[in-house]
Design a protein around this ligand. Structure first.
Ligand SMILES: Cc1cc2nc3c(=O)[nH]c(=O)nc-3n(C[C@H](O)[C@H](O)[C@H](O)COP(=O)(O)OP(=O)(O)OC[C@H]3O[C@@H](n4cnc5c(N)ncnc54)[C@H](O)[C@@H]3O)c2cc1C
Length: 385
């Protein structure tokens, strides 16, 4: 059960205060230091943010898909990096919630709900990001255990992670049907996390390589049955694409708002630059496009909540594609409206522009979203008729 409307409203108000008073003042420093903000994470945990996606039976506030997605957008207006670190914890718990045995849920979910354990998801590899079926990491059954060997890349929150959901081949000839998923706690011998990759954007939301060198887990740490991995990865991605779209919308809204504020104040040729038709038209078009993208995201979310079917997956892909590409375009335009000061590291819009690029890449690149949507159109027609 998700939160009732009054409880959710009260929580959103508390979170708005947290964003305003704690996240926003830290955002530039998080980016500059490229350091995971542990104190903010702890405050978010105290507010119950990590309990939102977890059923009450496991110490959460109820399995609520909608509220964390709405919060991702609000947090991203202040700090996209913190928004990603927050929403990745929700996404990384999805395979555990969906497919873990009862004993595994009881072992890991209460700590995740409290924010005491940070879950991560390890799908991508050095040779295979978009092509999930090409995963080379293997899990071989030995008696009542699985032994996992392979290398994962770009795992969000890995340097601070406590529980890894790793996708590995249990049948190497089986393509995507040979994929299985496992829960591996940090500290398991053979699991080594590399240093955080220095990215141009989303700095402070650490991504890193994770090596599995003869990592042994009990067989009950498999999520679902052998071969369930691809289904679990796709299930997780439908939800995480709406988180990504939310984060992109938050950044785009912040960038457009800053650009608008500047255009109303900045005077050139004797009048505020918003009165120059080129700037006025640019802002008007972007505001209209952003309103349309926000409506698409809401529709995609409503469909996912109503019925997690094929059209809902297509909608999640469409929302991710449209919102991430629009965010990139709007942040570039925001820098343009600010002129030279838009490029200054002492301003904000340059950070938003650097952050925006990743939304077109993680959770499936724009090309992969388009390919998925295209496949849906070919097989099933338009998802809205
Ligand atoms: C900030 C960030 C966080 C991330 N977090 C995680 C995480 O927590 N866990 C995780 O497992 N991974 C994570 N990733 C990895 C991410 O999911 C991959 O980067 C993404 O799937 C793309 O894979 P790739 O980088 O290997 O690019 P590739 O797959 O090598 O693609 C390279 C280029 O080729 C294009 N391309 C590839 N195949 C096709 C095709 N069939 N048709 C058309 N074009 C194609 C792509 O669109 C892209 O432009 C993260 C990445 C980033 C940047």
């Amino acid at each position: 059960m998700a939160l009732d409307a009054d409880t959710r409203r009260a929580m959103l108000e508390r979170v708005e205060r947290f964003i305003r008073e704690d996240v926003a003042p830290e955002a530039a420093a998080i980016d500059r230091a490229d350091a995971f903000p542990r104190a903010l994470f702890a405050k978010a945990a105290d507010l119950g943010l990590f309990a939102l996606g977890v059923p009450e039976a496991y110490g959460g506030l109820g399995r609520d898909i909608e509220t964390p997605i709405l919060l991702s957008e609000r947090i991203a207006r202040a700090s996209a990096a913190f928004s990603l670190s927050f929403n990745n914890t929700t996404d990384a718990a999805v395979p555990i919630l969906d497919a873990a045995q009862e004993s595994i849920k009881r072992r890991y979910l209460p700590a995740i709900a409290k924010g005491a354990a940070i879950p991560c998801i390890a799908i991508s590899e050095p040779q295979g990001g978009s092509d999930v079926a090409s995963i080379r990491t293997v899990a071989v059954r030995k008696g009542d255990r699985y032994v996992i060997d392979g290398r994962k890349m770009w795992c969000t929150n890995a340097p601070v992670g406590d529980v890894f959901t790793v996708f590995a081949k249990t049948d190497q000839a089986g393509g995507h049907k040979g994929l299985s998923a496992f829960v591996v706690p940090a500290g398991t011998p053979g699991l080594v996390v590399g240093p955080a990759e220095p990215l141009i954007g989303l700095r402070g939301s650490p991504v890193a390589e994770v090596v599995f060198d003869g990592v042994e887990v009990p067989a009950d740490h498999m999520l679902g049955a052998e071969g369930d991995g691809f289904r679990l990865a796709m299930l997780t991605l439908d939800e995480s694409r709406l988180h990504c779209a939310a984060t992109a919308l938050g950044v785009a809204t912040a960038a457009l708002d800053l650009a608008l504020g500047y255009a109303r104040e900045r005077v050139q040729f004797g009048q505020p630059i918003i009165r120059h038709q080129a700037i006025q038209s640019l802002l008007a078009r972007r505001a209209s496009e952003l309103a349309a993208a926000r409506a698409l995201w809401r529709e995609a979310l409503a469909r996912l909540l109503a019925d997690h079917d094929r059209p809902a997956s297509a909608y999640a892909g469409m929302a991710k594609l449209v919102c991430s590409e629009l965010c990139m375009a709007i942040t570039v335009d925001a820098v343009q409206v600010f002129g030279a000061s838009g490029l200054s590291r002492n301003g904000t819009v340059e950070r938003l522009m650097r952050d925006a690029k990743a939304f077109e890449i993680y959770d499936g690149t724009s090309q992969i979203q388009a390919a998925m949507i295209g496949k849906h159109l070919e097989r099933h027609g338009l998802p809205f008729v």
